[in-house]
Write a protein that binds this ligand. Structure first.
Ligand code: XMP
Length: 318
């Protein structure tokens, strides 16, 4: 029978055997999956592991600073933080197609990674937090036209990187990964975090990205997520997010007509992200979040709530 404890025991043995005296590099995303993978590998091989956490300019408000600190102070992982936000945003300039954005974000990530380990030739393995649903959504629908969404952390690496992949949780679902994380002693606050996509806010500002739009979305998103915590609703939903729509609409403030952006709020219940229902959040809660966003976020005059299920909609809008 599968238990988190037996999984850990087996994997630690397998990792030690596979890696030997070689070194492993692991990209941390701030999410549960990569954190569990890094902790598991750290447990197995200690200082032979180096983690890299990249600020791609597409993270949530204050996320880079907060998460980097958690990695260092609470999880004691050997981690190097790299602020590459300018590079990512420059590369994404003028791009509005979702799959094109994913491709650029994925490639830029590889470039940043490559550069980070340029002088560290002894690295032989790359560890990733790929989950089972990532594998089947990306890989079993072969061919670009049939791909639902290309999860950027799936699909192998360019030859030139010369690294072999280690993906210890690629046969697990999210809830199993969480149990493994708990068993490894990762704090509950971290384990319970909602999933957050690799391309981050890059696929939540619909269409072309600008720093201004990203900042605006960060503020709206922060109000939504903080409010979920404040009202003890955070754990009632599987994932929650704000989306900046590429439309402006007419509003009124005092005697003035406004013409500003609309924000969509999305919260879903789900078991594994493969199917999802929109979360039936209380009206009073939605009213409060809407008021706060419109009053506090300059440039937004309208908030809508997404009541679509997956399928046929997806969780993200891009
Ligand atoms: P969708 O939008 O496909 O999302 O219903 C299902 C889950 O996957 C996340 N997601 C991604 N994660 N890279 C990721 O690492 C991606 O490109 C990506 N696209 C979607 C999404 O947030 C949800 O949890």
């Amino acid at each position: 029978d599968w238990t988190a404890a037996s999984f850990i025991e087996t994997e630690i043995k397998a990792i030690r055997e596979k890696v030997g005296k070689d070194k492993v590099i692991c990209g941390l995303s701030g999410g549960v999956d990569s954190t569990v993978v890094a902790t598991l590998i750290h447990e197995a091989i200690g200082d032979q592991l180096l983690c890299i956490f990249v600020d791609n300019g597409l993270l949530r408000k204050n996320e880079y600073e907060n998460v980097l600190q958690t990695y260092k102070d609470h999880l004691h992982l050997p981690v190097k933080g790299i602020d590459a936000s300018d590079l990512f945003l420059d590369n994404l300039k003028g791009v509005s197609d979702p799959e094109e954005k994913r491709k650029i974000i994925g490639n830029t990530f590889i470039d940043v990674f490559d550069k980070a380990i340029e002088n560290e030739k002894e690295y032989k393995y790359l560890a990733q937090g790929t989950l089972y649903p990532d594998v089947i959504e990306s890989v079993s629908f072969k061919g670009p036209s049939a791909t639902i969404k290309s999860h950027h952390n799936v699909g192998g690496l360019p030859e030139k990187m010369n690294l072999d992949l280690i993906e210890p949780v690629s046969e697990l679902f999210k809830d199993e990964v969480r149990n493994v994380g708990r068993e490894l002693g990762i704090p509950e606050k971290f384990i319970g975090r909602h999933p957050f996509p690799g391309p981050g806010m890059g696929i939540r500002v619909l269409g072309e990205l600008t720093r201004e739009k990203l900042n605006l979305l960060r503020e709206a998103d922060d109000i939504f997520i903080q409010s979920l915590w404040d009202h003890e609703l955070y754990h009632e939903v599987w994932q929650a997010l704000a989306v900046l729509l590429p439309v402006q609409s007419v509003g009124v403030m005092g005697d003035e007509r406004t013409y500003e952006y609309a924000v969509a709020l999305r919260a879903v219940t789900s078991l594994d992200g493969m199917t999802a229902d929109w979360a039936h959040l209380p009206y009073e809660f939605l009213a409060e979040v809407s008021n706060r966003i419109i009053n506090e976020v300059r440039g937004v005059n309208r908030v809508v709530y997404d009541v679509s299920s997956k399928p046929p909609a997806t969780i993200e809008w891009e």
